[in-house]
Design a protein around this ligand. Sequence first.
Ligand SMILES: NC(=O)c1ccc[n+]([C@@H]2O[C@H](COP(=O)([O-])OP(=O)(O)OC[C@H]3O[C@@H](n4cnc5c(N)ncnc54)[C@H](OP(=O)(O)O)[C@@H]3O)[C@@H](O)[C@H]2O)c1
Length: 285
Amino acid sequence: MEYRELGRTGWKVPVLGQGTWGIGGFHSRDDSRDSEAIAALRLGIELGMTLIDTAEAYGAGHSEEVVGKAIAGLKAEVFVATKVSPEHLSYESVIKSAKASLSRLNIKTIDLYQVHWPNPRIPIKETMRAMERLVKDGLVRFIGVSNFSVSEMEEAMASLAREEIVSNQVEYSLLERSIEHDLLPFCEREKITVIAYSPLARGKLSEPKKYLEKHKADVLQTLADKYGKTPSQIALNWVVRRPSVIAIPKAVKLEHVKENAGSVGWSMDSDDYDVLSRAFSRSYW
Ligand SMILES: NC(=O)c1ccc[n+]([C@@H]2O[C@H](COP(=O)([O-])OP(=O)(O)OC[C@H]3O[C@@H](n4cnc5c(N)ncnc54)[C@H](OP(=O)(O)O)[C@@H]3O)[C@@H](O)[C@H]2O)c1
């Protein structure tokens, strides 16, 4: 596994973590695949994908419970990221949500606590005051945001008295490149880690022939053949090419977990990276 510094914290996190949207359910609790998900998360940890991303909203809290079971006894090696929902961003609600997440995860400290989505009805200053309280009390190690624009990030950053925003979790993949215009350059300048969600475009990049137009599918497959990798591995390797980006693919199937872990530890030639970037640039859509 390769590691990168999280923001300016001095902490190293793996370039590939594990997402959990759908583990434990989507919008409501679903425990029918818990043991499969626990096995997948444990295998991912073994293979070095030790950052796990969840949220209080996933499976109405059950995703955090599944993660808690998967990491029981392994907390020392796992970096746990979770998120507070936009309807819980008042001072009291943030504190209450964090405590509830800690209890479901069965851990003492959330390594990265992220604001899941901005909520214009609640002043970000109030939310950040609660976040800093949680850090002061040792319940949270680092503060992050998700789905924040540059101006929302600037506001959040200016609201913090002692801590820093260390990450912004946003969608980024070969098929979703909008952050390249301003958010990614901003995060690179400010040394804020971009946590790329849906890095496989929810599985579309894993099956290029089925989901992509011919030119894109051909370029992806040609590079996969050249490097002896799969299209998913090429797509994930591309996402984490920029040094401030890490990615959190979600996989429950064990063969997907293994395949994803093999996406890093090697790199494409810069010419190939450019060819791939161009093939998936907007002008081809
Ligand atoms: N902050 C936010 O607002 C936000 C929004 C969306 C997602 N996220 C986070 O980002 C994580 C990842 O995003 P995502 O779940 O939307 O999409 P994703 O990781 O791009 O794709 C997940 C899908 O791809 C499949 N897959 C994974 N690896 C594969 C492989 N090697 N070959 C073929 N198929 C593969 C998975 O199947 P199996 O599960 O069957 O293996 C699953 O159906 C989420 O789980 C969540 O933690 C955050």
